[in-house]
Design a protein around this ligand. Structure first.
Ligand code: B3K
Ligand code: ZN
Length: 878
């Protein structure tokens, strides 16, 4: 095993936004020749450089420690040794002409590349990952997003082992080279930064289709996968076509090449990569069949296919000037994929899912030692900034602009942004300016969302004057690392007024805001600001933060009865859900702090049974209304985390609901049984979602084991199978071990399903989980080399299983620390992604706090730690 860290050099220096300097050279074009061999690859790069006016004649190129430099030439002549200096990361040429062709030949070892960045080997195929700084591990080059050039690529490889040769752009010549080798050429007419370069060579099967764009251009669509997965690409292909049509319809954006290629590989650090014309995907987000993928998996495939496709405009045609601007493409593209999925499925349920993810992952990041603004100001390792703040909070920032200026102005703003910046590397400021210019709105204060970290808190209080209702909003934001004092944000708060009979009330507003589709969007800009609604009927209840219109923590003064009223009556699905959750949470938090065991109040049971009987609402939403707040969400509502007590209180309430409503639950469960067998239609998916939520309660009833086991045995799709398996995995049912073993034996050939098998055990609430998870790292199917496998066991355990990760003896923390060190030897990027849960020590009491810090310290003591892990561990301890 090669320890990738031993090749690394001195620790990297911090990079700062304020130090940005434009590049000194432009590059007209690059010709790349890849000569791929079984055990090495040779890369010849010829680029036409042109010095910018006033720039010095020194040329600095980025490089990496894992490649050999075989040749360096200027205009065809070797550069003498005394004319350049090469360190592990930089190649510096002392003096170059104003215009010249730079020739660089490097030798790489893709098979030894376990970091999965640059050129590597996965499942028998060569593939690349260049974002953010992987191209420098292929050749010496100005590897920065503001250097755009035209790529011509030629790939030469063995005909038998690599029949498929792909790169960006449109296909060019191909042919035989003799000696069992062949070649293919690719030309990308669109100038692009190096992070969008891609290459794939291997033995892959292909599903083809085609799409005709609005202006009549025919595009060949290809999805490349390994032969045995060819039957699982239909959904990805349909999703791609839906994405293409959606972007034309909603944003007037068409695809711009003759081919769109997608390749699925099993070893991948993230979900997927938007390389121009050649997306490379984690198999997890391409392959889906009802037998092997859950409904949620199908949704993720559609979302990620959409996301990468939408990057073609937001990311590729307009790219980022520097990596501090990452949210320019990621926040915007997440917003676009969320909107796409909302249009394809249920907008209400999609919003709940997105808010849940934001709260579960981004809020803790924003409240902890790794908090950073949507546009960070400094970093050591940029890969550590592909965070939920940059992505998901970044998307919320775009969504707020959309709310403030309205959908029409937003579309105009997008048009203007493309008109101004197509073909350029832009900044978040450019985007905000386009929105401002298109709408006439003043977004000066709004820009604080880009520069200030932390989740603001908004307090809403009511008062009455005669028949007028006055809502006073107050905002604050706690300090975060490097930011002691925060200025007030400009945030759109969407409000509604629900009259005593449940109808929407529209009242004249005194204050900064406007009514739109039954809701009023008010602009909160001050620390303390009031909004007067005139002449409001008595008994009207305000519905605040409809659609979760701003990423804040809301504190309101609604009574339990008012929450129960909104839970049933509000026209806004988000507030219905939120009110229900608030009601359940209030009770649970009280139970935890008082260690209470009493029966839940009648009001809670009424709300629960009311939702059970609701036939007018989408069953997928009803499923959410019947789901208790998760343990992590409950933990966030407490000063100091009490993991076991939260777990017990939640289980106790679930059992009380199950006991009190057993008949209704069973009746509804039976009535939802699919008459016609499996279908992937929205209605069928919604019914499955509801049915599986009900199964959670049924599992707690006297015949729970039998029903759950039957559900497992009769499942004709992976959604139902996993719902039952997850309950079995939590349980002490006699069948538990046998069922888990059977599942493994049945699916051992399918990596993505085996990932689920690991995850379902990592999530188990049983008291033996930590030791089981540790044991599973010794299982024949476990490997430290595959990021999906690592995430399914280690991240699932440490990020989703609150009660077991925070085991009082500190075993969960020590286990995670050991894993971080093990993974770092092979793959620093993935290792760094494991660190965050250990940084949450501020949330727990002793002895946990001490154990968490000890675990972090133990990582820091390891010699040769990667910059990736070191940066996050040091920050986590600060
Ligand atoms: N842009 C890539 C992420 C690259 C991560 C590099 N560490 C995928 C995406 O967001 O679409
Ligand atoms: Zn993205």
């Amino acid at each position: 095993m090669v320890d990738v860290r031993s090749a690394a050099s001195a620790p990297k220096q911090e990079i700062r936004l304020e130090d940005y300097e434009a590049p000194a050279f432009t590059i007209e074009s690059i010709n790349l020749i890849f000569r791929l061999h079984d055990d090495y690859a040779e890369v010849e790069a010829r680029s036409l450089f042109r010095m910018k006016k006033g720039a010095g004649s020194e040329l600095r190129l980025d490089g990496g420690p894992y490649m050999d430099l075989l040749a360096l030439e200027i205009d065809g002549s070797p550069v003498p040794d005394d004319q350049f200096v090469k360190s592990a990361e930089v190649l510096q040429l002392r003096s170059v002409p104003e215009k010249f062709e730079l020739g660089v030949v490097t030798r790489l070892r893709p098979r030894e590349n376990t970091r999965l960045e640059g050129l590597y080997f996965s499942g028998g195929n060569f593939c690349t990952q260049c974002e953010a700084e992987g191209f420098r591990h292929i050749t010496y080059f100005p590897d920065r997003p503001d250097v755009l050039t035209r790529y011509h690529v030629r790939i030469e490889a063995d005909t038998k082992s690599c029949p498929v040769l792909l790169s960006n752009g449109n296909p060019g010549q191909k042919g035989d080279l003799g000696d069992g080798r062949h070649f293919a050429e690719w030309n990308d007419p669109h100038p692009k930064p190096s992070y969008l370069f891609a290459l794939v060579a291997g033995n892959l099967a292909c599903q083809n289709d085609s799409y005709t764009t609005a202006s009549g251009r025919q595009v060949d669509l290809n999805i490349y996968v390994s032969e045995q997965d060819l039957d699982k690409c239909d959904y990805a292909m349909q999703s791609l076509k839906r994405s293409m049509a959606w972007d034309e319809e909603v944003f007037g954006l068409e695809y711009d090449l003759d081919v769109y290629n997608i390749v699925a590989v099993s070893d991948f650090n993230m979900g997927a990569m938007e390389n121009k014309g050649l997306n490379i995907f984690n198999t997890k987000y391409v392959l889906a069949s009802p037998e092997t993928a859950t409904d949620a998996d199908f949704d993720h495939v559609e979302g990620v296919i959409g996301h990468e496709y939408f990057h073609n405009w937001t990311g590729n045609r307009v790219t980022c000037r520097d990596w501090f601007q990452l949210s320019l493409k990621e926040g915007l593209t997440v917003f676009r994929d969320q909107e796409f999925s909302s249009d394809m499925t249920s907008r209400a349920v999609k919003r709940l899912d997105d808010v849940r993810v934001l709260r579960m992952l981004q809020f803790p990041e924003d409240a902890g030692p790794l908090a950073h603004p949507v546009r960070p100001e400094k970093y050591i390792e940029i890969n550590n900034f592909y965070t939920t703040t940059v992505y998901n909070k970044g998307a919320e920032v775009i969504r707020m602009m959309h709310s403030i200026i309205g959908p029409e102005a937003f579309r105009k703003g997008m048009d203007l942004y493309f008109e101004r910046h197509d073909g350029q590397a832009a900044t978040c400021e450019d985007f905000a300016a386009a929105m401002e210019d298109a709408s006439g709105a003043d977004l000066k204060q709004f820009r604080l969302w880009y520069s200030q970290a932390g989740t603001p808190k908004v307090t809403a209080r009511r008062s009455h004057e005669g028949r007028d209702l006055i809502i006073t909003l107050e905002q604050s934001c706690a300090p975060s690392p490097g930011q002691g004092v925060k200025l007030p944000y400009h945030m759109p708060i969407r409000l509604g007024l629900v009259g005593p009979n449940g109808g929407e009330v529209t009242a004249d507003l005194e204050g900064d805001g406007k009514w739109e589709d039954g809701s009023c969007i008010v602009n909160l800009r001050e620390t303390h600001q009031s909004f007067r609604f005139k002449n409001v009927p008595e008994g009207t209840v305000p519905s605040i933060l409809r659609g979760f219109s701003a990423p804040v923590v809301l504190d309101h003064d609604l009574s339990d009865d008012e929450l129960a009223f909104l839970a049933v009556q509000d026209s806004d699905p988000f507030v219905r859900w939120e009110s229900t959750q608030d009601l359940y949470s209030r009770y649970l938090v009280k139970q935890v702090s008082e260690d209470g065991e009493g029966h839940p109040p009648e009001l809670l049971l009424q709300v629960f049974t009311g939702h059970l009987a609701d036939k007018a609402t989408d069953p997928a939403l009803v499923a959410e209304l019947l789901t208790l707040p998760g343990e992590i969400a409950l933990g966030q509502k407490m000063e100091s985390l009490a993991p076991e007590r939260i777990h017990t209180a939640r289980e106790t309430l679930a059992k009380a609901f199950a006991d009190a409503s057993s008949e209704n639950i069973i009746d509804l469960y039976q009535s939802l049984k699919a008459a016609q067998g499996y279908s992937h239609e929205q209605g069928a998916k919604a019914n499955r979602r509801l049915r599986n939520v009900l199964l959670n309660y049924i599992a707690l009833m006297p015949d729970g084991e039998e029903t759950t086991q039957r559900r497992y045995a009769e499942a004709d799709n992976m959604t139902d199978c996993m719902a039952a398996l997850s309950l079995i995995s939590h349980s002490n049912f006699d069948c538990r071990d046998k069922v888990l073993q059977e599942f493994y034996d049945k699916w051992r050939q399918n990596d993505l399903v085996i990932d689920k098998w690991f995850a379902v055990q990592a999530q188990s609430k049983r008291s033996d989980t930590v030791s089981k998870v540790r044991e599973l790292t010794q299982h024949e199917a476990f490997t430290f080399k595959n990021p999906n496998r690592l995430r399914s066991l280690i991240s699932t355990f440490s990020m989703l299983n609150q009660v077991r990760f925070h085991e009082k003896n500190g075993e969960g923390y020590r286990f995670l620390a050991e894993m971080i060190v093990r993974v770092d030897e092979l793959n620093p990027q993935t290792a760094a992604r494991l660190v965050a849960p250990l940084g949450r020590w501020g949330r727990v009491d002793e002895p946990r706090k001490g154990f968490m810090k000890d675990a972090l310290m133990s990582v820091l003591k390891v010699s040769n730690l990667s910059d990736d892990v070191r940066e996050l561990v040091e920050k986590s301890l600060a």
